[in-house]
Write a protein that binds this ligand. Structure first.
Ligand SMILES: CC(C)NC(=O)[C@H](Cc1c[nH]c2ccccc12)NC(=O)[C@H](CCCC/N=C(/NCCC(=O)O)S[C@H]1O[C@H](COP(=O)(O)OP(=O)(O)OC[C@H]2O[C@@H](n3cnc4c(N)ncnc43)[C@H](O)[C@@H]2O)[C@@H](O)[C@H]1O)NC(=O)OCc1ccccc1
Length: 251
């Protein structure tokens, strides 16, 4: 792992720029840090992180849904409203621009739609989308209700089959959507360069994708102001925030 010294914003690490320029097929693997500068909280940030304010086991697991669906539903509605109030940042837009001159596939753990709103057309959502809901019994898809939950609890609506309408996200202990995960593995196995942006690399099986790319000969470059569990396995590391680092790669 080469920590690119003096990698201040103004100077794009030459190795990384060379890798981007040489790549014909790039995968951009992202986590919550990608959307942090758009104003969405990350998960593990001590102060602002979602998991430092909410108990994940009471909100993002099938058990939590069975125990208190109104608490879980209200939480996801609040996150939807928060998402509607923010915009893609220059990092999201730079990824879309990168994809104009070669093949770029975005593989994201994020349930927000900021990559698409930033102009990216090829996006794999490993952990689902806030913009989707479906019946927890017959899996019939439903439009997302525009109810702004003023309270801690909001009863989810019912499906014609009697089931409850649940958020279209992957909860802890749930399998990832097989087709999305298979596409992500295929992209990782066939790319020249994987940019790992804004993820702590703790949640599996997603966090195993950079290793898949490396084992198939790709260069793995981490863009993250902080050290992560993936830093050691990265060929190049740029300690920089996404919304300034990614546009600099377009030079
Ligand atoms: C916690 C972890 C140890 N647990 C898991 O990984 C579990 C269990 C597990 C499976 N395999 C394992 C192997 C080992 C250990 C555990 C497991 N995995 C699962 O349950 C998965 C499902 C996981 C998906 C869960 N759903 C999410 N999200 C949707 C919901 C929702 O959003 O509410 S995960 C959610 O958390 C994760 C958060 O991580 P990050 O995105 O990386 O965010 P984080 O805050 O941690 O880090 C932010 C980073 O950004 C950086 N940053 C900050 N600002 C910036 C900036 N400006 N620019 C750049 N970077 C920045 C920071 O420095 C930091 O590094 C994301 O994946 C996100 O999607 N399913 C499953 O394996 O199914 C099969 C199965 C089935 C039954 C039984 C066993 C196995």
């Amino acid at each position: 792992m080469t920590e690119l010294a003096g990698a201040d914003i103004s100077s794009v690490p030459a190795d990384l720029l060379a890798a981007v320029r040489a790549a014909e097929r790039i995968v951009v693997f992202t986590g919550a840090g990608m959307s942090a500068e758009s104003g969405l909280p990350t998960f593990r940030d001590e102060e602002t992180g979602l998991w430092s304010r909410y108990d994940v086991s009471r909100l993002a697991t099938p058990e939590a849904w069975d125990a208190d669906p109104a608490l879980v539903w209200a939480w996801y509605q609040r996150r939807r409203f928060q998402l509607a109030a923010v915009e893609p940042n220059p990092g999201h837009r730079a990824i879309a621009a990168l994809g104009r001159h070669r093949r770029v596939d975005v593989v994201t753990q994020n349930v927000d739609d900021l990559h698409e709103r930033g102009g990216s057309e090829r996006v794999v959502h490993l952990h689902g989308r806030l913009a989707e809901t479906f019946c927890d019994t017959c899996r019939l898809p439903y439009p997302v209700p525009a109810v702004d939950p003023q309270t801690e609890h909001l009863e989810p609506e019912r499906c014609v089959c009697g089931g409850r309408i649940r958020p279209g996200v992957v909860w802890f202990g749930e399998h990832l959507p097989a087709d999305e995960f298979a596409r992500a593995v295929d992209h990782a196995e066939n790319c020249d360069l994987m940019l790992v942006v804004g993820t702590s690399g703790i949640v599996y099986p997603a966090a195993g994708l950079p290793q898949v790319a490396r084992e198939h000969g790709a260069t793995v470059a981490e863009i993250n102001p902080n050290r992560t569990d993936l830093s050691e396995a990265a060929d190049l590391v740029w300690r920089a925030p996404a919304s300034t680092a990614l546009p600099a790669l377009l030079e």
